[in-house]
Design a protein around this ligand. Sequence first.
Ligand code: SF4
Length: 290
Amino acid sequence: MKVELAKSAGFCFGVNRAMELVEKQIALGKSEPIYTYGPLIHNEEVVASLEKKGVHVCESNAEDKCPIVNENGGRGTMILRSHGVSANTEKHLKNLGFDIVDATCPFVKRIHKTVNEESKAGKHIIIVGNAKHPEVEGIIGWCNEPPFVIENIDEADRIPYAKDEKVCIVSQTTFNSKKFKEIVDYITKKGYDINVVNTICNATEERQQAAGELAEAADCMIVIGGTHSSNSRKLYEICAQRCENTHFIQTLDDLHLELPKSVRLVGITAGASTPNNIIEEVQNYVRNEF
Ligand code: SF4
Protein backbone atom coordinates (compact mmCIF):
# COMPACT_ATOMS: atom_id res chain seq x y z
CA MET A 1 0.00 0.00 0.00
CA LYS A 2 1.25 3.47 -0.91
CA VAL A 3 0.78 6.60 1.18
CA GLU A 4 1.02 9.86 -0.72
CA LEU A 5 0.94 13.43 0.51
CA ALA A 6 -0.75 15.90 -1.82
CA LYS A 7 1.42 18.67 -3.23
CA SER A 8 0.77 22.03 -1.56
CA ALA A 9 -0.76 20.46 1.54
CA GLY A 10 -0.78 22.59 4.70
CA PHE A 11 0.80 26.01 5.18
CA CYS A 12 1.20 28.25 2.16
CA PHE A 13 4.41 30.17 1.47
CA GLY A 14 3.24 33.30 3.34
CA VAL A 15 2.18 31.46 6.50
CA ASN A 16 5.33 29.34 6.47
CA ARG A 17 7.40 32.48 6.25
CA ALA A 18 5.45 34.11 9.12
CA MET A 19 5.97 31.01 11.29
CA GLU A 20 9.69 31.06 10.54
CA LEU A 21 9.94 34.73 11.50
CA VAL A 22 8.20 33.97 14.80
CA GLU A 23 10.54 31.04 15.50
CA LYS A 24 13.52 33.31 14.79
CA GLN A 25 12.25 35.82 17.34
CA ILE A 26 11.80 33.05 19.93
CA ALA A 27 15.33 31.81 19.24
CA LEU A 28 16.75 35.27 20.02
CA GLY A 29 15.74 34.60 23.62
CA LYS A 30 14.95 38.23 24.41
CA SER A 31 13.75 39.09 27.88
CA GLU A 32 11.06 41.45 26.56
CA PRO A 33 7.67 40.11 25.47
CA ILE A 34 6.82 38.98 21.95
CA TYR A 35 3.31 39.50 20.59
CA THR A 36 1.54 38.67 17.37
CA TYR A 37 -1.04 41.22 16.26
CA GLY A 38 -4.00 38.84 16.31
CA PRO A 39 -3.63 35.04 16.19
CA LEU A 40 -0.93 34.08 13.70
CA ILE A 41 -3.08 31.39 12.10
CA HIS A 42 -6.54 29.88 12.67
CA ASN A 43 -5.28 26.93 14.63
CA GLU A 44 -5.77 26.93 18.38
CA GLU A 45 -3.09 24.31 19.02
CA VAL A 46 -0.45 26.26 17.15
CA VAL A 47 -1.43 29.47 18.94
CA ALA A 48 -1.34 27.67 22.31
CA SER A 49 2.04 26.14 21.58
CA LEU A 50 3.43 29.57 20.63
CA GLU A 51 1.97 30.97 23.87
CA LYS A 52 3.95 28.33 25.78
CA LYS A 53 7.08 29.57 24.05
CA GLY A 54 6.29 33.13 25.18
CA VAL A 55 4.52 34.49 22.09
CA HIS A 56 1.31 36.20 23.19
CA VAL A 57 -1.64 37.17 21.04
CA CYS A 58 -2.42 40.87 21.20
CA GLU A 59 -5.91 41.38 19.78
CA SER A 60 -6.24 44.46 17.60
CA ASN A 61 -7.17 47.51 19.67
CA ALA A 62 -5.71 45.93 22.82
CA GLU A 63 -2.18 47.10 21.98
CA ASP A 64 -2.22 50.09 24.36
CA LYS A 65 -2.91 47.71 27.25
CA CYS A 66 0.42 45.93 26.72
CA PRO A 67 2.75 47.09 29.49
CA ILE A 68 5.78 49.28 28.94
CA VAL A 69 8.79 47.11 29.76
CA ASN A 70 11.84 49.32 29.50
CA GLU A 71 13.02 52.80 30.36
CA ASN A 72 12.74 53.88 26.69
CA GLY A 73 8.99 53.32 26.70
CA GLY A 74 9.33 50.08 24.72
CA ARG A 75 6.69 47.36 24.95
CA GLY A 76 8.50 44.47 23.29
CA THR A 77 8.20 42.97 19.81
CA MET A 78 5.02 43.00 17.74
CA ILE A 79 4.85 40.57 14.83
CA LEU A 80 2.46 41.53 12.04
CA ARG A 81 0.63 38.55 10.53
CA SER A 82 0.75 37.44 6.89
CA HIS A 83 -2.57 39.31 6.27
CA GLY A 84 -0.79 42.62 6.84
CA VAL A 85 -2.12 45.79 8.48
CA SER A 86 -2.86 49.34 7.38
CA ALA A 87 -0.13 52.00 7.27
CA ASN A 88 -1.79 53.81 10.19
CA THR A 89 -1.90 50.70 12.36
CA GLU A 90 1.78 50.06 11.71
CA LYS A 91 2.62 53.66 12.61
CA HIS A 92 0.43 53.52 15.72
CA LEU A 93 2.15 50.35 16.94
CA LYS A 94 5.58 51.92 16.40
CA ASN A 95 4.51 55.06 18.25
CA LEU A 96 3.31 52.95 21.16
CA GLY A 97 6.84 51.59 21.52
CA PHE A 98 6.71 48.20 19.81
CA ASP A 99 9.59 46.87 17.73
CA ILE A 100 7.84 45.74 14.57
CA VAL A 101 8.62 42.45 12.83
CA ASP A 102 6.71 42.50 9.58
CA ALA A 103 5.55 39.02 8.60
CA THR A 104 3.12 40.38 6.00
CA CYS A 105 3.15 38.01 3.04
CA PRO A 106 5.12 39.57 0.16
CA PHE A 107 2.11 38.98 -2.11
CA VAL A 108 -0.01 41.15 0.20
CA LYS A 109 2.79 43.72 0.48
CA ARG A 110 2.73 43.98 -3.29
CA ILE A 111 -0.96 44.99 -3.12
CA HIS A 112 -0.17 47.62 -0.47
CA LYS A 113 2.49 49.07 -2.77
CA THR A 114 0.23 49.01 -5.82
CA VAL A 115 -2.76 50.74 -4.19
CA ASN A 116 -0.49 53.26 -2.51
CA GLU A 117 1.32 54.24 -5.70
CA GLU A 118 -1.74 54.17 -7.93
CA SER A 119 -3.91 56.18 -5.57
CA LYS A 120 -1.10 58.72 -5.10
CA ALA A 121 -0.97 58.97 -8.89
CA GLY A 122 -4.60 60.06 -8.79
CA LYS A 123 -6.41 56.80 -9.61
CA HIS A 124 -9.46 55.56 -7.72
CA ILE A 125 -8.98 52.12 -6.21
CA ILE A 126 -11.49 49.29 -6.39
CA ILE A 127 -10.72 46.28 -4.18
CA VAL A 128 -12.52 43.06 -5.07
CA GLY A 129 -12.96 41.18 -1.81
CA ASN A 130 -14.61 41.14 1.57
CA ALA A 131 -14.37 44.55 3.28
CA LYS A 132 -14.44 42.96 6.74
CA HIS A 133 -11.54 40.58 6.13
CA PRO A 134 -8.37 41.73 7.94
CA GLU A 135 -6.33 41.55 4.73
CA VAL A 136 -8.75 43.91 2.96
CA GLU A 137 -8.91 46.21 5.99
CA GLY A 138 -5.13 46.44 5.75
CA ILE A 139 -5.19 47.15 1.99
CA ILE A 140 -7.81 49.88 2.48
CA GLY A 141 -5.38 51.53 4.86
CA TRP A 142 -2.69 51.89 2.18
CA CYS A 143 -4.94 53.81 -0.23
CA ASN A 144 -4.53 57.55 -0.42
CA GLU A 145 -8.29 58.06 -0.52
CA PRO A 146 -11.07 55.66 0.59
CA PRO A 147 -11.35 52.86 -2.01
CA PHE A 148 -14.50 51.15 -3.21
CA VAL A 149 -14.71 47.54 -2.01
CA ILE A 150 -16.86 45.19 -4.02
CA GLU A 151 -17.68 41.52 -3.53
CA ASN A 152 -20.17 40.80 -6.31
CA ILE A 153 -21.45 42.06 -9.63
CA ASP A 154 -24.53 43.76 -8.14
CA GLU A 155 -22.28 46.07 -6.18
CA ALA A 156 -20.55 47.11 -9.42
CA ASP A 157 -23.64 49.14 -10.27
CA ARG A 158 -22.91 51.34 -7.29
CA ILE A 159 -19.37 52.35 -8.30
CA PRO A 160 -19.27 56.05 -7.41
CA TYR A 161 -16.75 57.15 -10.07
CA ALA A 162 -17.36 58.88 -13.41
CA LYS A 163 -16.56 56.82 -16.52
CA ASP A 164 -13.71 59.11 -17.59
CA GLU A 165 -11.88 58.89 -14.24
CA LYS A 166 -8.98 56.47 -13.95
CA VAL A 167 -9.55 53.42 -11.80
CA CYS A 168 -7.20 50.66 -10.60
CA ILE A 169 -8.68 47.29 -9.62
CA VAL A 170 -6.94 44.84 -7.28
CA SER A 171 -8.27 41.83 -5.47
CA GLN A 172 -8.04 40.13 -2.08
CA THR A 173 -5.43 37.37 -2.45
CA THR A 174 -7.87 34.56 -1.69
CA PHE A 175 -10.71 35.77 -3.92
CA ASN A 176 -12.12 33.27 -6.39
CA SER A 177 -10.43 33.91 -9.75
CA LYS A 178 -13.52 33.08 -11.84
CA LYS A 179 -15.66 35.53 -9.86
CA PHE A 180 -12.92 38.16 -10.09
CA LYS A 181 -12.86 37.85 -13.88
CA GLU A 182 -16.65 38.14 -14.08
CA ILE A 183 -16.62 41.31 -11.97
CA VAL A 184 -13.76 42.83 -13.98
CA ASP A 185 -15.50 41.99 -17.28
CA TYR A 186 -18.70 43.59 -16.03
CA ILE A 187 -16.93 46.79 -14.96
CA THR A 188 -15.01 46.90 -18.26
CA LYS A 189 -18.28 46.63 -20.23
CA LYS A 190 -19.66 49.58 -18.30
CA GLY A 191 -16.94 51.64 -19.97
CA TYR A 192 -14.65 52.61 -17.08
CA ASP A 193 -11.02 53.52 -17.75
CA ILE A 194 -9.47 50.71 -15.72
CA ASN A 195 -6.12 49.19 -14.98
CA VAL A 196 -6.46 45.69 -13.55
CA VAL A 197 -3.77 44.19 -11.33
CA ASN A 198 -4.65 40.58 -10.68
CA THR A 199 -3.40 40.03 -7.14
CA ILE A 200 -5.03 36.67 -6.52
CA CYS A 201 -2.66 34.18 -4.93
CA ASN A 202 -2.81 30.67 -6.37
CA ALA A 203 -1.94 28.88 -3.11
CA THR A 204 -5.55 27.96 -2.34
CA GLU A 205 -6.41 26.90 -5.86
CA GLU A 206 -3.23 24.84 -6.19
CA ARG A 207 -3.92 23.09 -2.88
CA GLN A 208 -7.47 22.27 -3.97
CA GLN A 209 -6.42 21.05 -7.39
CA ALA A 210 -3.67 18.82 -6.01
CA ALA A 211 -6.06 17.37 -3.40
CA GLY A 212 -8.68 16.66 -6.08
CA GLU A 213 -6.17 14.91 -8.33
CA LEU A 214 -4.87 12.74 -5.52
CA ALA A 215 -8.40 11.89 -4.30
CA GLU A 216 -9.27 10.81 -7.82
CA ALA A 217 -6.55 8.14 -7.69
CA ALA A 218 -6.76 7.21 -4.01
CA ASP A 219 -8.81 4.42 -2.38
CA CYS A 220 -8.82 6.30 0.89
CA MET A 221 -8.25 9.99 1.53
CA ILE A 222 -7.43 11.80 4.77
CA VAL A 223 -8.04 15.53 5.04
CA ILE A 224 -6.42 17.19 8.06
CA GLY A 225 -7.78 20.55 9.14
CA GLY A 226 -9.78 22.53 11.65
CA THR A 227 -13.52 21.87 11.69
CA HIS A 228 -14.13 25.63 11.64
CA SER A 229 -11.68 26.24 8.84
CA SER A 230 -13.58 26.94 5.64
CA ASN A 231 -10.65 26.09 3.38
CA SER A 232 -10.24 22.70 5.10
CA ARG A 233 -13.94 21.93 4.74
CA LYS A 234 -13.75 22.85 1.08
CA LEU A 235 -10.82 20.42 0.68
CA TYR A 236 -12.91 17.72 2.33
CA GLU A 237 -15.83 18.38 -0.04
CA ILE A 238 -13.55 18.20 -3.09
CA CYS A 239 -11.98 14.93 -1.90
CA ALA A 240 -15.25 13.33 -0.78
CA GLN A 241 -16.74 13.94 -4.22
CA ARG A 242 -13.90 11.98 -5.79
CA CYS A 243 -13.18 9.37 -3.15
CA GLU A 244 -15.99 7.79 -1.10
CA ASN A 245 -13.65 6.76 1.67
CA THR A 246 -12.60 10.26 2.77
CA HIS A 247 -11.91 11.12 6.43
CA PHE A 248 -11.87 14.62 7.89
CA ILE A 249 -9.71 14.85 11.01
CA GLN A 250 -8.24 17.59 13.15
CA THR A 251 -5.42 15.57 14.71
CA LEU A 252 -4.24 11.96 14.69
CA ASP A 253 -6.53 11.22 17.69
CA ASP A 254 -9.57 11.63 15.44
CA LEU A 255 -8.38 9.01 12.99
CA HIS A 256 -10.08 5.63 13.36
CA LEU A 257 -8.98 3.94 10.22
CA GLU A 258 -9.83 0.48 9.02
CA LEU A 259 -8.28 -0.35 5.72
CA PRO A 260 -9.23 -3.44 3.78
CA LYS A 261 -6.40 -5.32 2.07
CA SER A 262 -7.63 -4.08 -1.31
CA VAL A 263 -6.57 -0.51 -0.52
CA ARG A 264 -3.64 0.42 -2.73
CA LEU A 265 -3.27 4.15 -2.24
CA VAL A 266 -3.99 6.36 0.77
CA GLY A 267 -3.86 10.07 0.02
CA ILE A 268 -3.32 12.78 2.59
CA THR A 269 -3.90 16.50 2.33
CA ALA A 270 -4.22 19.34 4.82
CA GLY A 271 -5.81 22.77 5.13
CA ALA A 272 -3.91 26.05 5.14
CA SER A 273 -3.55 26.25 8.92
CA THR A 274 -2.42 22.68 9.59
CA PRO A 275 1.14 22.58 10.90
CA ASN A 276 3.69 20.23 9.36
CA ASN A 277 4.20 18.19 12.52
CA ILE A 278 0.56 17.03 12.49
CA ILE A 279 0.80 16.12 8.80
CA GLU A 280 4.00 14.17 9.52
CA GLU A 281 2.42 12.39 12.47
CA VAL A 282 -0.57 11.25 10.42
CA GLN A 283 1.64 10.18 7.54
CA ASN A 284 3.93 8.15 9.79
CA TYR A 285 1.01 6.51 11.52
CA VAL A 286 -0.62 5.35 8.28
CA ARG A 287 2.75 4.19 6.89
CA ASN A 288 3.67 2.22 10.01
CA GLU A 289 0.32 0.81 11.13
CA PHE A 290 -1.00 -0.59 7.88
FE1 SF4 B 1 -0.51 32.49 1.70
FE2 SF4 B 1 -1.03 33.47 -0.68
FE3 SF4 B 1 -2.05 34.62 1.50
FE4 SF4 B 1 0.54 34.79 0.97
S1 SF4 B 1 -1.11 35.64 -0.24
S2 SF4 B 1 -0.40 34.32 2.92
S3 SF4 B 1 0.97 32.80 0.04
S4 SF4 B 1 -2.53 32.56 0.72
